[in-house]
Ligand binder design. Structure first.
Ligand code: 3HC
Length: 314
């Protein structure tokens, strides 16, 4: 083993001992390149998910059924934009630049949560997104708040606090519509039918297919696996939706007395990968909207850069 390899091994042992002691790794600390790269991948795609995630609900802001619903949805969508900024900044502490991350999203190299490529067909979709999608995101993000990388875990604490409001406003609407007129009940059930499986897909492939999980768990970035979090979500949501006389669009779903878990049918992984790889219902529209927003904002970026250069030279 060369001297530098020996040196790397010593640093790696100390790095992993720090994580085992529950210490947070901070931007200036030594870290393996793979740790840095994994975090940039995960955090930047998380940020992209927040920004693209503004589009499905954003489309309904002008059509909210009343002023209160409009104000709540406006606040939620605005929060998501802010979450994207926190997360892009957390990725920048690892050396990624905003330009690189934005370019990777806009040219299709980077991923974002596949759930946001589905259409919001009725107002009740905003209720389903709030309770199901944001509820799933909170489950995942509460885990990430324990993450070994300081800036990411701290961003998660702030984001989870705001996601709590997102989930509650969705839950309030689901309860209202599930107990409303027959038309509202039918609209709510239709939304649950369309958002249930895309929400389960948010937790990622099965652990056996999750190529990133072993490394992420080794270094304390993930403290629970994709399937563990998905099972927690199913166990929480099935009884809650059944209590509202809403059905789950899964004929295989059943309760297993021995384990105390609700056992889900199999996710359509062909659909999952089709949507992840860009062939979902609205992938093209979502990226086109982000490309247009980026183009429309070009003059602002150029003006800010010119102002900053002028300030530096004066
Ligand atoms: N949509 C799109 N791509 C997905 C995906 C999904 N639902 N699930 C997994 N993938 C991708 C992964 O990114 C990975 O591809 P890559 O290596 O090119 O990045 C590949 O599929 C294999 O998946 P792995 O399980 O190996 O990947 P991870 O271990 O990274 O697990 C993850 C995937 C659970 C999404 C994990 O990255 C994670 O926890 N990310 C942080 C949280 C996040 O991004 N959440 C997205 C939703 S944010 C949100 O909902 C906003 C809220 O306000 C509504």
């Amino acid at each position: 083993m060369t001297h530098s390899e020996e040196n790397f091994q010593e640093k790696l042992i100390e790095f992993e001992a720090r994580i085992a002691r529950g210490e947070k790794i901070e931007p200036g600390d030594w870290m393996p390149e793979r740790y840095r790269k994994q975090l940039i991948r995960m955090i930047s795609q998380h940020a992209h998910s927040e920004i693209v995630g503004m589009l499905p609900e954003g489309a309904w802001i002008p059509h909210a059924p009343n002023l209160r619903r409009k104000m709540v949805l406006l606040a939620k969508v605005q929060d998501e934009g802010g979450h994207g900024q926190y997360l892009y900044h957390a990725a920048e502490t690892l050396g990624a630049t905003r330009e690189e991350m934005t370019e990777a999203l806009l040219d299709g190299r980077a991923k974002y949560a596949s759930v946001f490529n589905y259409p919001t067909l009725t107002w009740a979709d905003n209720a389903a997104i709030g309770w199901l999608v944001d509820g799933a995101a909170i489950m995942n993000q509460t885990m990430l708040a324990q993450c070994s990388y300081g800036p990411y875990s701290r961003a998660m604490v702030r984001i989870c606090a705001e996601e709590g409001f997102h989930k509650k406003q969705g839950q309030e609407m689901v309860i209202q519509y599930a107990q409303g007129t027959l038309k509202q009940q039918a609209m709510m059930q239709d939304a649950i039918n369309r958002w249930w499986w895309p929400t389960l897909m948010m937790f990622g492939p099965h652990d056996s297919e999750s190529k990133n999980t072993p490394e992420l768990q080794r270094w304390g970035i993930k403290t629970k696996t994709n399937d563990e979090l998905r099972q927690e979500f199913i166990d929480e949501m099935v009884p809650a939706l059944h209590a509202l006389n809403l059905t789950i669009p899964d004929p295989e779903l059943h309760y297993d007395e021995a384990s105390g878990h609700w056992i889900s049918g199999e996710i359509d992984w062909d659909e999952f990968w089709r949507v992840v790889k860009g062939a979902g219902p609205l992938n093209k529209e979502r990226l086109a909207a982000r490309r247009k927003a980026h183009e429309d904002g070009r003059w602002v970026r150029e003006a800010a850069a010119a102002y900053a250069a002028n300030m530096t030279n004066s």
